[in-house]
Design a protein around this ligand. Sequence first.
Ligand code: HEC
Length: 136
Amino acid sequence: MRRIVLIAAALLGGVVLAGCGAEGVASPLPKTVVGTTPTTPTTTFPIVPAFHKKGDPTKGKAIFVANCSSCHTLAAANATGTTGPNLDQLKPDFQAATAQVTNGGASMPPFKSSLSTQDIADVAAFVVTSTGGKAP
Ligand code: HEC
């Protein structure tokens, strides 16, 4: 009797192990991509509340001078900061600019508690339109 229980346990163990193995095979990581990969880069910037506002670039300029010039270069604001990227060269879009100003970055502070949603839309619109982009 005891022997049968042992055999049954061994069989069960085998089944469980086989189950695990099968699971691993069922979901392999893709190594090759069949078909075409998207050519437009997928954005990493989230949609933030300011993205839904219409920004006023004229108001945004003063906000930029007061809050951003120390770290960024932007010809339209006579800004020559070098801590952050040169925005004339980076030319961020409205989604990137609103998200970056709202949430900050690795070493850029977030402005969501010091600037209003409208201020963020304004300063983002200023950055985008003064570097050749389109803002809503
Ligand atoms: C203390 C310095 C500092 C201040 C102040 C600052 N930034 Fe930045 N900014 C950075 C740094 C550093 C980066 C590089 C990315 C990071 O830190 O994650 C950056 C990145 C950016 C980016 C790039 C996002 C992208 O596309 O990669 C934008 C746009 C930007 N800042 C806009 C602004 C605006 C507008 C203001 C003012 C509201 C501002 N920054 C204030 C340091 C600063």
